[in-house]
Design a protein around this ligand. Structure first.
Ligand code: SF4
Length: 74
């Protein structure tokens, strides 16, 4: 079963989804993001600072298992 987690910023109109079946907590998104949007929690990534996203798409490109779907980067 797909386990998609979703974060949404109504402030800047950004949606990020992470497939928790694929996410292994490698942290590449944490390192890649210039705005510190992501934090690892219990071995999975979360996007608590989504309001700071500048929509550069680095997180989606950095993920080695393609777990991140950033709606501005499709
Ligand atoms: S698009 Fe860029 S700024 Fe936004 S969460 Fe991904 S890496 Fe961070």
């Amino acid at each position: 079963m797909v386990d998609m987690k979703k974060w949404e910023s109504k402030k800047i109109g950004v949606i990020i989804e992470v497939d928790y079946e694929k996410c292994k907590g490698y942290g590449d998104c944490v390192l890649a993001c210039p705005s510190s949007v992501y934090e690892l929690v219990d071995g999975k990534t979360t996007a608590p600072n989504i309001d700071d996203c500048i929509q550069c798409c680095a997180c989606q490109e950095a993920c080695p298992v393609n777990a991140i779907k950033h709606h501005s980067c499709q």
